[in-house]
Design a protein around this ligand. Structure first.
Ligand code: FAD
Length: 451
């Protein structure tokens, strides 16, 4: 019997294993992972494809970590069935493991729209794992033109990776803008400009009609508005959804994800869940839910690990927070950042301003701040997230913050902040930190060179 069994070795599973070991030196810990490698920084995969991050830097843990901490890592094995009545997990390799406590961290699987022709080739790809990244790197050696389609952050990461690898890229956005659920047309224009400056061909308001394949290789695609695009590789990235099919008959309550309370417990005794695959029953239903987030999985893994070893803690972070970087431009969306009906008031000062690549706006409902969008300068993100989660009225927030938000002079002065490339945490830099110095992200521990 294994005292603590963890399904999945992404960031949630990894952090939980570390936390369990810190709190219980004697209990046996095992991790089952259907990937065949040690824990790595998944958000760095696009930079790995682009050749900007070396394989050594991608991997956060090596064999010695698992051996040194007495963690039994079962690689290349998939949990296929959970039998809570017997405290057992069946793996696809025929093994059955009995557990004391079980943590489910299967993460998300790629959502990719299927198109006619895509089943006849391997040149239509998605990016989730290290193996996907290696496969893409190999293919890019023979590719001159690639197409990426999708309305998710993943699609922009893939576009950037192909472009930085030296391939000519067309990026198809099915809507009239990037991330239509999060941002408005003005903010999108600012980000679109980044793609255009890098020579990316942006095509909006269309979709793939079919994919042209000869002898198993892609040679182009037709769009729904009647154009042919010459390409040898197609990336489809419509986001991630909880990978929870294997739990269907387990008795564990599922909705869009594995339902958990704030302590990361499921409805079944001794079974916990954390990370991208979970859905918090305690979430604020008035806010859009942002489920895929490295830092959230990281923190949930720690809470789950602590509670599995006897603590009684709650994950109570404000989840409605999305952040990304496109060609070095930071973007943070918090709460209701892009309302679609007229009951909200928008504050956006003089933005968008033609001379500054910055755009900021606040969304108010009866003077209460319910959302914010920051592009190009995101210094106020943490304070605004606090105000939004605390349902503060705009008059209750520090007025220097509000002034700073819309002060064009402030955004054009040199910034003292940096976003972590892995977990996208915003960090303020102290007055002594100089360009060229290295700072360590307090959340995920990676080192970042200050520009
Ligand atoms: C290319 C890419 C870029 C990203 N960039 C960012 C970013 O910039 N910022 C950000 O916040 N987030 C980013 N994300 C999302 C971030 O990686 C996830 O939020 C985070 O990895 C979730 O961690 P997790 O542990 O919940 O799941 P995962 O990291 O998905 O790990 C789950 C693991 O469990 C395995 N597994 C699944 N089912 C089983 C099973 N039945 N048996 C055994 N193993 C199983 C999976 O194969 C996987 O290895 C990115 C994701 C991708 C793919």
């Amino acid at each position: 019997m294994v005292d603590y069994l963890i399904i999945g070795n992404g960031v949630a599973g990894q952090k939980a294993a570390e936390t369990i070991r810190q709190n219980d030196n004697d209990g046996s810990v095992a991790i089952v992972s259907n990937e065949d490698c040690y824990f790595y920084y998944r958000p760095q995969l696009p930079k790995f494809i682009a050749g900007k991050v070396k394989e050594r830097a991608l991997f956060a843990k090596t064999k010695s970590f698992y051996e040194g901490n007495n963690i039994d890592l079962k690689l290349g094995a998939k949990a296929k069935k959970i039998i809570p009545d017997k405290n057992q997990v069946e793996l696809d390799n025929g093994e059955t493991i009995e557990y004391g406590k079980l943590l489910l961290t299967p993460g998300g699987k790629l959502i990719s729209k299927n198109y006619p022709g895509s089943d006849k080739t391997d040149d239509v790809i998605g990016l989730k794992t290290f193996n996907d990244a290696n496969n893409i790197k190999e293919k890019l050696k023979d590719v001159k033109n690639a197409v990426v389609i999708g309305d998710s952050f993943l699609a922009t990461f893939l576009t950037e990776a192909f472009n930085e690898h030296g391939v000519s890229v067309t990026y198809i956005i099915r809507n009239d803008r990037l991330f239509p659920e999060l941002i408005d047309v003005d903010a999108s224009k600012l980000l679109e400009l980044r793609f255009q400056l890098k020579g990316i061909n942006l095509v909006k308001g269309t979709d793939i009609k079919d994919i042209s394949v000869r002898n198993g290789s892609v040679y182009g695609l037709n769009t729904t508005d009647g154009k042919f695009i010459d390409c040898q590789l197609i990336g489809i990235a419509d986001g991630l959804e909880p990978d929870i099919q294997f739990l269907t008959d387990s008795g564990i309550n599922l909705d869009e994800g594995i339902l958990v309370d704030g302590s990361m417990k499921t409805n079944v005794p001794n079974i916990f869940a954390a990370g991208d695959a979970t859905q918090l029953g305690t979430g604020d239903k008035s806010m859009p839910q942002i489920n895929v987030r490295w830092l959230k999985a990281w923190k949930q893994g720690i809470v789950a690990g602590r509670n599995m070893t006897g603590a009684n803690e709650n994950y109570d972070e404000f989840d409605c927070f999305a952040s990304t970087q496109i060609y070095g431009v930071d973007m943070v969306s918090i709460g209701i950042s892009n309302p679609t009906n007229g009951k909200y008031k928008i504050m956006r000062g003089d933005y968008p301003h033609p001379d500054i690549d910055v755009y900021k706006k606040l969304v108010l409902e009866d003077e209460t701040i319910v959302g914010a969008l920051l592009v190009g300068s995101v210094h106020e993100a943490t304070a605004l997230a606090k105000a939004i989660s605390g349902k503060k009225k705009v008059s209750e927030v520090d007025q220097t913050l509000i002034k700073q938000l819309f002060d064009l002079h402030y955004v054009t002065t040199p910034h003292r902040g940096v976003i972590c490339p892995v977990c996208k945490l915003q960090m303020s830099l102290g007055p002594n930190v100089k360009p060229g110095d290295t700072v360590t992200c307090p959340a995920c521990g990676i080192e970042i060179k200050v520009k």
